[in-house]
Design a protein around this ligand. Structure first.
Ligand code: NAP
Ligand code: ZN
Length: 349
C-alpha cells in the first residue's frame, strides 16, 4: 500500500477537503496512474451530497480520469510506464455474466464496481475516485487516450462523452435523423458534438436563453427554449430521438409530444427526485417510448475515444484547482459551467 492525497467529503452537508488515504500496490494485472486531470460530473455532486441515498462516507468523487502510467504489474500487456491512460466510471465487474461477456460491463448483473463509492475488494472499505493524485486499476478497465487530443479536454470523455455517445449509437443516430438534446451542461454539450458529428439535424433544448450562441457553435442546427410552449409546439411530432441530460426533475410530456411515431426519449439525467409522471396518451397514441441508458461498456468507451481522436472532439472545459471544487459545485447547480469543470491535479500538494 502507499498513501496518496485526494479531496473527500465526510457528510452530505460539509464541503470537500483534503484527505490522505491508501492505494494498493499494483497487482499482476494492475496499472498505476498518476492522475493529471479529472472532470467534475454532476453525479459527483449527487453522490457527495447523498442525493441518491447510497453514499458511504468519506467519499472521494471523480470518474473522468486521465494521466500517465507510473507502474504496471508483471502480467500487464497493454500499458507501460509513461503511457497516457484513462479511467471512467467503472474499475471492475464480474466478467462472467451475459452482459459482461457481451462487453456491456455497465449492466453487469452483479453490478459493476464503480470508480468511487463501491465496495473495494482489494483494500476493504469503498473505492476512491479521481479527485486524487494516484489510482490503481485493473488494465481491463484502463482506456487509451488518442495522442492528438488535449488532455484536459479529453478527461470528460470518460463519462460525459461515453454517456451521450452510447445512446446516440444504440438508437441509430445518423445523417437524415432529427435529434434533440435536452440540457446544455457537461453531458449535453458532448451530446451536441456527437449528434452533429454523426450527421444528424441537431436541436438543443435549454432553459438558459444565454446559451444559444454557444449551442450553435457546439453543433446545434436549432435551439429551443424548453420553457416556451409555442416554440416547443412548432416541433410537435417531428423528432426521431431525444436525449435528455437534465439533472433535475422536469416535465417529460413536453418532450414525448415532440417525438415521431415509434420514436424514443432516452433519459440519461439522473435527478434525485422523480419526474412528474408522463402522460400515457402521449405514448400510446403514437407508440412512443421512454428509455434510459447508463454510461457505456469498456469496448464502446475505447471506440468513442478513437472516434474523438479521428474527429478532433474534446470537451469545452474550465480548468480549476482542486481547492476550488466547492465553488465549482455551486456554479454547476446554477447551470453556470462552460461546459465542464476539469480539476488540474497539479494543484494538489
Ligand atoms: P450539468 O453539467 O449540471 O448539466 C445539467 C443541465 O441540465 C444544466 O446545464 C441545465 O441545462 C439543465 N438543468 C439543470 N437544472 C434544470 C432544471 N431545474 N430544469 C431544466 N433543466 C435543468 O450535469 P451533467 O454532468 O451533464 O449531468 C447531467 C445528469 O446526468 C446528472 O443528473 C448526472 O448525474 C447524470 N448522469 C448520468 C449518467 C448515466 O450514465 N446515465 C452519466 C453521467 C451523468 P440548460 O441550462 O441548458 O437548461
Ligand atoms: Zn459522470
Amino acid at each position: 500500500m502507499s498513501t496518496t492525497t485526494g479531496y473527500a467529503t465526510h457528510s452530505a452537508t460539509t464541503p470537500l477537503e483534503s484527505l490522505s488515504f491508501d492505494r494498493r500496490e499494483p497487482g499482476a494485472s494492475d496499472v498505476e496512474i498518476d492522475i493529471q486531470y479529472c472532470g467534475v460530473c454532476h453525479s459527483d455532486l449527487h453522490t457527495a451530497r447523498n442525493e441518491w441515498n447510497m453514499t458511504v462516507y468519506p467519499v472521494v468523487p471523480g470518474h473522468e480520469i486521465v494521466g500517465r502510467v507510473s507502474r504496471v504489474g508483471a502480467g500487464v500487456t497493454h500499458f507501460a510506464a509513461g503511457d497516457l491512460a484513462a479511467v471512467g466510471c467503472m474499475v471492475d465487474s464480474c466478467g462472467t455474466c451475459a452482459d459482461c461477456v457481451e462487453g456491456l460491463e455497465q449492466y453487469c448483473q452483479s453490478f459493476p464496481i464503480l470508480t468511487y463509492n463501491s465496495p473495494d475488494k482489494h483494500l476493504g472499505g469503498m473505492t476512491y475516485g479521481g479527485y486524487s493524485k494516484r489510482i490503481v486499476v485493473d488494465e481491463k478497465f484502463v482506456l487509451r487516450v488518442p495522442a492528438n487530443l488535449p488532455l484536459p479536454g479529453a478527461a470528460p470523455l470518460l463519462c460525459a462523452g461515453i454517456t451521450t455517445y452510447s445512446p446516440l449509437r444504440h438508437w441509430g443516430v445518423t445523417r437524415g435523423k432529427k435529434v434533440g438534446i435536452a440540457g446544455l451542461g457537461g453531458l449535453g454539450h458532448m451530446g451536441l458534438k456527437f449528434a452533429h458529428a454523426l450527421g444528424a439535424h441537431t436541436v438543443l433544448f435549454t432553459t438558459s436563453p444565454g446559451k444559444e450562441a454557444d449551442a450553435r457553435r457546439l453543433g446545434a442546427d436549432d435551439v429551443v427554449i424548453s420553457a416556451n410552449p409555442d416554440e416547443m409546439k412548432r416541433h410537435a411530432g417531428s423528432f426521431d430521438f431525444i436525449l435528455d441530460t437534465v439533472s433535475a426533475p422536469h416535465n417529460l410530456d413536453a418532450f414525448t409530444a415532440l417525438l415521431k411515431r415509434d420514436a424514443t426519449l432516452c433519459l440519461v439525467g439522473a435527478p434525485a427526485e422523480p419526474h412528474p409522471s408522463p402522460a400515457v396518451f402521449n405514448l400510446v397514441f403514437r407508440r412512443r417510448q421512454i428509455a434510459g441508458s447508463l454510461i457505456g461498456g469498456i469496448r464502446e468507451t475505447q471506440e468513442m475515444l478513437d472516434f474523438c481522436g479521428q474527429h478532433g472532439i474534446t470537451s469545452d472545459i474550465e480548468l480549476i484547482r482542486m481547492q476550488d471544487i466547492n465553488v465549482a459545485y455551486e456554479r454547476m447547480l446554477k447551470s453556470d459551467v462552460k461546459y465542464r469543470f476539469v480539476i488540474d491535479l497539479a494543484s494538489l500538494a
